[in-house]
Design a protein around this ligand. Structure first.
Ligand code: GLN
Length: 322
């Protein structure tokens, strides 16, 4: 974390976005000696300790960040093992890589389940698109729970399915729409997921978020590539070319869709204003919309929350034409 003071607010369980903390390690500058926040239920150190998660502090994280911006993302190694020499640890880190590794299978759910929780009333700033009930099947590639809460608040009945759930089983459930979620790792390392997306395209309106956006990009015939260090933070400006407005967004990704690789008919709908990369797609012919970043916030700005209403509108239009 580049913010120097971490742990000031402690943690609370309302803010958890997955069934467990899949973190492997946390590197921070200064661990706050006290916590002060009305929502705090536990100190950060205790939270990590209870989950046997490694953390390290008093590290110059801003110097590390400057190095990453200069050299691109790097593999690092954190250990409490005193027995290994630095050279042995470096050797270990040299054998690791994120490219080509399926990290989704380690975080997806094991069986389908229904989701009912909504966001709290203070989130009811967007009522556009609400009304009828649409059944959405959400593919869990590492899904952030606030995506589900927002869909539920927009009136959807939601069935969450594992990342390897067959398209044929999804179609048997007769959904009004399918959501492909965010998720960790290299989108080119999960061809089984791209195959499922391809099999569903054209049968039902689809909405992709982050990893889901990248899988859609590949399923539509495009290519994804690894960025130098990606986008990670809650203040990234995006131009929404459809609404002709700039939205401040929450971003957390290391790959992107190459717009030059997309076939005719696929529209780039959002552009990241920091580097011009593709931040959103649409393919009206197959009722596809997707965003590279996180409209569900949690944490982050709510500027793009209206996209959930656009997904509802898409499902409504397709259902009316059926
Ligand atoms: N937040 C996400 O879904 C990330 C997508 C993908 N793992 C990437 O790093 O680009």
């Amino acid at each position: 974390m580049t913010n120097p003071h971490i742990g000031n607010t402690g943690v609370n369980f309302d803010d958890e976005e997955s069934r467990q903390c899949f973190l492997a390690g946390l590197v921070i500058r200064s661990l706050s000696i006290s916590t002060s926040n009305w929502r705090c239920t536990k100190a950060l150190g205790d939270y990590l300790l209870e989950r046997n998660l490694m953390g390290i502090y008093d590290v110059d994280t801003r110097a590390i960040t400057r190095r990453l911006r200069q050299d691109g993302s790097l593999i690092g190694v954190l250990t409490t093992e005193e027995s290994k020499t630095d050279e042995e640890l470096l050797e270990m880190s040299r054998s690791w890589d994120i490219v080509g590794i399926d990290l989704i299978s380690g975080v997806t759910c094991t069986a389908p389940y229904e989701w009912v929780d909504k966001t709290d009333p203070e989130w009811d700033f967007n009522c556009e698109g609400r009304g009828d009930i649409y059944h959405v099947i959400a593919y869990d590639f590492g899904i952030k729970h606030n995506i589900l809460r927002r869909l539920s608040s927009y009136g959807c009945k939601i069935t969450v399915v594992p990342s390897n759930w067959p398209a044929s089983e999804t179609l048997k459930m007769k959904p009004d729409g399918v959501l492909f979620s965010n998720g960790p790792g290299d989108p080119s390392a999960v061809p089984y997921a791209v195959k499922t997306v391809k099999e569903l395209l054209g049968n039902v309106p689809v909405f992709g978020i982050c990893m889901g956006h990248q899988l859609l990009g590949q399923a539509l015939g495009g290519k994804t590539f690894k960025m130098k260090f990606g986008h990670h933070g809650g203040n990234h400006p995006v131009r929404n070319l459809v609404a002709n407005r700039v939205e401040i967004s929450a971003q957390n990704h290391n790959y992107a869709v190459d717009p030059a690789s997309l076939p005719k008919g696929v529209e780039v709908t959002h552009i990241n204003l920091n580097d011009g990369s593709c931040a959103g797609l649409a393919f009206p012919a197959l009722n596809v919309i997707s965003l590279q970043y996180h409209p569900e916030a949690s944490p982050g700005p709510h500027d793009s929350d209206s996209v959930f209403g656009e997904f509802i509108k898409l499902m409504k239009e397709v259902k009316q034409k059926a």
